[in-house]
Structures are given as C-alpha cells and as structure tokens.
Design a protein around this ligand. Structure first.
Ligand SMILES: [Zn+2]
Length: 149
C-alpha cells in the first residue's frame, strides 16, 4: 500500500489524506465537501498561506501578482491552463500582493509576476516574468528544481 498524500482543502484548509492512486478520482474535503483538486488555481491570503503550504504534499506553485500588473493579467489564462493540465500533480496558488503585502515582503518578491515553487514546505525554485502555459508546465514539473533568483 502506498502512503497517502496530504492535501490542504482550498476552502477550509483542513489536511485531507488521499491515496496517491485516487488523486484522479476528484477527491473531496472530508470536512467541508469542497473539491480538493478541481484544476483551478487557489487564491490564498495571508491567513491561509502557511497552513496550505504545510498541509500539502504535492509541489505548490505560487504566482505572486497584482491587479495593476499587465503581464500578470496576461499570464492568468496560461496559469489556469497549466493548473488544469497538472490538476493531480501540482497545486497552483495565486497571491495578490496588493492584498497580501506581508507575504510578498516575507518571500522577498521584488518584481511581479514572480513564481515560487515549494516542496514539503521549502522553496525549491523561483522565476520572474510571465510565461506561457507550456513553459509553466515544464517549470512546475522539473525535478529537483533549485532556487535561481
Ligand atoms: Zn474543506
């Protein structure tokens, strides 16, 4: 038997245990019933960020963006496309740096969009500038990504 993965619920942040082989079966949160992996990016605020990262065993890709940033807005559809494509492999998170300035400061975000990849709670890579969906998928699924900023 495989070790189950922990997945944070995008709505209530409860850690759910899901067997790896059942990731594609549209798992739902045991507490609130929300879909755990619906393929859409999850918008997180300061309050939920740490809990989500800590309770998620899949790699997490965070898009630090702002509504006034044209390249950020331009990348949004590509980010959604990549999130849908990697639905059961990588969690796609959006952090609005206008609404969560302390998160942006804590992660030392100097330009946007900046993408930061986390695995097991630690940063394993970051890259600045807008990317298309194919590049996002490639970057998100690299093995052993190293910080390169
Ligand atoms: Zn829930």
């Amino acid at each position: 038997m495989q070790t189950p993965l922990h997945l944070a619920c995008p709505r209530c942040l409860t850690a759910n245990r899901v067997p790896r082989e059942r990731l594609a079966e549209e798992p739902k949160c045991g507490k609130c019933g929300a879909p755990l992996l619906d393929g859409a990016p999850v918008a997180l605020e300061e309050a939920g960020f740490d809990a989500f990262i800590a309770r998620t065993d899949l790699p997490v890709l965070v898009d630090f963006w702002a509504p006034w940033c044209a390249p950020c807005r331009a990348m949004a559809p590509a980010f959604e496309q990549a999130a849908a494509q990697l639905r059961t492999a990588v969690r796609f998170i959006k952090v609005n740096t206008e609404e969560a300035p302390r998160l942006a400061a804590r992660w030392n975000i100097r330009s946007i969009p900046t993408l930061v990849r986390f695995e097991n709670g630690s940063e394993t890579g970051r890259i600045s500038g807008a990317m298309d969906a194919a590049s996002l998928v490639r970057w998100a699924t690299r093995r052993g990504a190293k910080a390169e900023a």
